[in-house]
Design a binder for this molecule. Structure first.
Ligand code: TXA
Ligand code: MG
Length: 374
């Protein structure tokens, strides 16, 4: 199925997006005078040239790779939607190098926003704010705009040169976000002229998206920055959008992060013997039906073709999760059985992504077992 099928269609390919590029991959860093790595001049110059000509390129951030275009360049941003096959009603995040770039986007920080920006920028926090600017190609026609200041050295240097960049994750719409340059290449080879490679990225899950238009923050997307950290700074509880209510963030209504394989999600297995038995029984049955089965679990389970050990540390899970899903797809695995993590800290973002990607969710309590479909 085409991503976005049945919803607003992605735009017809523009001339830029239609081009068949010989995609070049350049290293983001080179050794600096003092020995420590600095952003590569070659990669910066190349990315700057393409962006100034209105051609989107892939850049690293501290969360996931982004498909960047100058925020003020309508045609370049429109090409981003076409390249990703992204539904037109799903707005982009504008990335700035510092607070001084906010007026270019028609943004003024509320006091709550200023407090959070002061505490967490540069970093993996996206703030949704009112905007008076006329950039419907970024905001999808909303009267709000999402903005963040990334921490990644290369992204910062690039935005400093080119100005604010609109950038969604650099994957084909609906697939897991790219946390390595090879993932972006897999999805966008020939569709962009340049991918800037900074290796495996620090967080591996996207930024936390927070609506700060009111007096209390509302969580639109859990991400790399924990709600606990946000609450500690603003001194109030972060609100969660009503379950089943209108999606506050347009992107949340789309199916996301989905590998080709079926994804079966279980509760954390430690201390939940029923869940562990359920996973083993599912593995057995899927194998008996001829499926190729992998498990991502803390303790080994029998009868699966491949086991990826689940690290105890949630940050390590976040970093590697999208890579595991892509890798298992590449190996032709049909069913991935994965054990969940506690939904605290970055674990909340991990569970959000897993629940969105899952084809089957086994909610095995200690007494009752039930199976939900997608
Ligand atoms: O870490 C990240 O946030 C990465 C890197 C590249 O910065 N970017 C990213 O962008 O994940 P994207 O486009 O994949 O996700 C942006 C999310 C979507 O769910 C979108 O609907 C939401 O932010 N969003 C953007 N503008 C919004 C707005 N004005 N109001 C509510 N939600 C908005
Ligand atoms: Mg995305």
């Amino acid at each position: 199925m085409t991503p976005g099928h049945g919803q607003l269609k992605a735009p017809a390919l523009t001339r830029v997006a239609d081009h068949d590029w010989a995609t070049e991959v350049l290293a983001a860093f080179e050794p600096g005078a003092a020995g420590a790595p600095v952003p590569s001049e070659r990669a910066l110059t190349s990315a700057t040239d393409w962006l100034r000509r209105g051609v989107p390129v892939v850049m690293p951030t501290e969360t996931v790779y982004g498909l960047a275009a100058p925020a003020l360049d309508r045609d370049a941003v429109t090409a981003v939607f076409a390249i990703k096959q992204r539904p037109l009603d799903n707005p982009l995040i504008a990335h700035v190098a510092g607070l001084e770039q906010l007026p270019e986007l028609g943004i003024r920080l509320s006091s709550l926003a200023a407090q959070l920006a002061e505490a967490f920028w540069p970093g993996p926090l996206t703030l949704v704010l009112p905007t008076r600017s006329q950039m419907p190609w970024v905001t999808a026609g909303l009267d709000s705009i999402a903005v963040r200041q990334p921490q990644h050295e290369f992204a910062r240097a690039l935005i400093q040169r080119v100005g604010p960049l609109a950038a969604p994750s650099a994957n084909r719409s609906g697939l897991p976000s790219p946390t390595r340059a090879s993932h972006a290449l897999q999805d966008l080879n020939g569709l962009v002229p340049l991918i800037v490679d900074a290796g495996e990225l620090e967080h591996g899950v996207e930024s936390t998206v927070l609506d700060v238009r009111g007096t209390v923050p509302v969580l639109l997307r859990p991400g790399a920055l924990s709600t606990e950290a946000i609450e500690a700074v603003c001194g109030c509880a972060v609100l969660l959008p009503q379950a089943g209510g209108a999606a506050r963030s347009p992107g949340m209504k789309y199916r996301h992060y989905s590998p080709r394989a079926q994804l079966w999600l279980y509760p954390p297995l430690a201390g939940n013997a029923r869940a562990a038995r359920q996973l083993a029984a599912d593995a057995h049955e899927l194998r008996a039906r001829g499926r190729r089965v992998a498990a991502i679990v803390r303790e080994p389970v029998p009868e699966v073709e491949r086991i990826i050990p689940l690290p105890a540390e949630a940050r390590q899970v976040a970093r590697a999760l999208f890579h595991w899903l892509r890798e298992l797809d590449d190996q032709g695995i049909d069913c991935v059985l994965i054990e969940g993590v506690p939904a605290i800290g970055v674990g909340r973002a991990i569970m959000d992504r897993l629940e969105r990607a899952a084809t089957h969710i086994r909610r095995v309590e200690t007494t009752v077992a039930s199976l939900e479909g997608p």
